[in-house]
Unconditional design. Structure first.
Length: 367
């Protein structure tokens, strides 16, 4: 199976890779993929959100080199972990990732997403073994004017809500630390390469977070209740979790091989046909699952959430050769497939099989 999912020419085999946020949705999928590629994975994160999370059901925490519970807001803990495990590569995914929750906990959101990232960068730059860091932020980091416009990597950072603004600040901090302490012009002095990456609205199996459309749909379906849609007209750039992860891993390999050429910001979003309203996505999931109904509960006085946001991915295409493989329909079919099978199959093998079935060197195999 390793051969079928290794589209990186054995690059990760034997590499010491630290993943923050490995207990989360994207982090668990990344850890599974890296482990299967032969990487020595060190996971750093908080407790998983649910006993049904992909991290828990897959048992990936028991398979990797280290499954560590630590808070990225703890600078001393981060430095000690780096010193102990001496990673070569860092994927930083740990975050407070929810827009609506950020209205309830704005200070904690900023402490986690901004200061937490700075603590990870400080530990990275002080760790002699560490060479490459890929810092995962979000498409919401941009100053979103909510127009029919796909944002390029050089456009201004911003953010209306506490979550989005914290990620805009995150990007500014990453850029500052790169220019101040890990400048590519001085690579021979420090030996570090650091980049930031931004994806769209990522979906896939094993996500049970609050206030996300796919988990909300599945919870309602499993409870035989209607799916309540709170913002039916909101438009998002939907993509399967495997799509940006493939981009992050490809970028890492490029940075390792040419450390001064790729240390910058990158968009890994979906094609424009994947930018569809929330209501449509929920309807497609119901069709793929074969069960469920929708109930419009749009809240006119709800807290602000962006209604339109798109990413321009020309740079990743031209310079990395990365493109999304899946259409929206394929993405939702694959997501529904996981949720229809997770109670009757080994979840680790289910996840590996889904990577192997869908990701090949040149195309997506949907047979």
């Amino acid at each position: 199976m390793k051969q079928s999912i290794d589209i990186f020419d054995h690059f990760f085999q034997g590499k010491r890779v630290l993943v923050t946020g490995h207990t989360g949705f994207k982090g668990s999928w990344l850890s599974i993929w890296l482990h299967e590629l032969g990487a020595e994975v060190i996971g750093v994160g908080l407790d998983p959100y649910s006993e049904k999370d992909n991290f828990v059901l897959s048992g990936i925490g028991k398979k990797i080199v280290a499954d560590i519970r630590a808070d990225i807001r703890d600078a001393k803990a981060m430095e000690e972990i780096f010193n102990t495990y001496q990673p070569e590569i860092v994927f930083h995914l740990a975050a407070q990732p929810l827009v609506r929750y950020s209205y309830d906990e704005p200070v904690m959101t900023w402490e986690t997403n901004v200061m937490g990232t700075i603590h990870v960068m400080e530990a990275f730059r002080k760790c002699t073994s560490a060479k490459v860091a890929v810092m995962i932020t979000t498409d919401k980091c941009y100053e979103n004017r909510e127009k029919n416009h796909a944002y390029t990597e050089d456009e201004p950072m911003g953010g209306y809500d506490p979550y989005s603004s914290s990620k805009g600040a995150d990007e500014i901090a990453i850029s500052s630390w790169r220019r101040s302490f890990m400048n590519p012009a001085e690579y021979e002095k420090h030996g570090k390469s650091i980049a930031s990456v931004r994806a769209g609205n990522v979906i896939g199996g094993g996500d049970w977070a609050k206030d996300r459309i796919i988990p909300d749909c599945i919870r309602a379906i499993e409870a035989n209740e209607p799916i309540k849609i709170r913002n039916r007209h909101a438009v998002r750039p939907w993509q399967h979790v495997l799509e940006p992860l493939r981009g992050y891993m490809l970028l890492t390999k490029k940075m390792w091989e040419a450390p001064t050429q790729y240390c910058e910001g990158w968009n890994f979003g979906p094609d424009t046909d994947a930018i569809v309203p929330v209501w449509n996505v929920a309807s497609m999931l119901v069709d793929a699952y074969g069960k469920g109904s929708l109930l419009d509960q749009t809240e006119p006085n709800a807290v602000h959430e962006a209604t339109l946001l798109m990413l321009n991915i020309t740079k990743a295409d031209k310079r990395l050769g990365w493109q999304p493989y899946m259409t929206t329909n394929e993405c939702i079919r694959l997501t529904a497939d996981w949720y229809m099978r997770y109670t009757i199959e080994d979840v680790y093998q289910l996840s590996i099989n889904e990577i192997g079935r869908k990701i090949t060197k040149n195309k997506l195999n949907l047979s």
